[in-house]
Design a protein around this ligand. Structure first.
Ligand code: B16
Ligand code: MG
Length: 217
């Protein structure tokens, strides 16, 4: 009984949101836009291009495509600068044991992320070998809550959507999983992720018994 276990990246496997925040804050600062951690919440799971639009909207700035392209490039360069020092220690608690258990049980494992930097990040934290399929921001045209990213991931694993399980920290990601008819597991605050079928604050309370239940389902 093989299932597809699909992981989001930022907020699920690693906390890259803090680096996205620093890089966006720099751009916002240069433009005189106040950009708080609360604003940063709105960028989780959102594409780079859309994130910039949200920030420019905050400052009511109408920019040319040329300026936007320059800021997008600068943001990514600054962001990549923060990733240089990333290593295994940045894998969020409880993630590695779950990946190991899924491998032992011969389950399908995939990544479903909006990030165009997903592969280098998985390499840096040294877990890319766990993934049988990777679908990231380079492979999709429609952003979550559109289920494209998760549907592609399940299909690359050769597993039907109903047999897929998605781990997500963003509301849009949970909605995408639900729309696709997949089992949705929210990782983070329950009040925010109330649309998820299951919910955990992080991976540490996820035991083998729970995973066995998902495999049998
Ligand atoms: P990049 P996820 C998302 O990752 C982040 O949550 C979001 O804040 C970011 O803007 C997006 O990736 C794009 O990232 O600039 O690296 O292409 O949660 O979908 O894994
Ligand atoms: Mg995320």
């Amino acid at each position: 009984n093989k299932k597809a276990f699909i992981f989001d990246l930022d907020g699920v496997i690693v906390d890259t949101a803090k680096y996205h925040y620093l890089a966006w804050q720099k751009i916002a600062g240069e433009l005189g836009i106040e950009f708080t951690p609360e604003h940063n919440e709105e960028l989780k799971g959102v594409s780079r291009v859309r994130s910039l639009d949200i920030i420019l909207n905050l400052g009511k700035i109408d920019a040319s495509q040329q300026d936007k392209d320059r800021w997008l490039l600068q943001k990514n360069e600054d962001y990549l600068g923060y990733l240089v020092h990333m290593d295994e220690s940045e894998i969020l608690p409880g993630v590695l044991p779950v990946l190991q258990y899924l491998k032992e049980q011969d389950q399908g494992i995939a990544l479903g992320s909006a990030s165009k930097n997903a592969r280098p990040i998985l390499e840096k934290v040294n877990i890319i070998s766990y993934f049988d399929a990777i679908v990231d921001g380079n492979d999709v045209t429609l952003a979550k809550p559109d289920p494209e990213v998760f549907i592609k991931a399940a299909s690359l694993l050769g597993i039907a959507a109903e047999k897929a399980i998605v781990f997500e920290d963003s509301v849009a990601g949970i909605q995408a999983a639900n729309i696709a008819g997949m089992t949705s597991i929210g990782i983070g605050e329950e009040a925010i992720l109330h649309e998820a079928q299951y919910h955990f604050p992080d991976f540490t309370p996820i035991e083998s018994g729970f995973i066995d239940m998902l495999i049998r389902k």
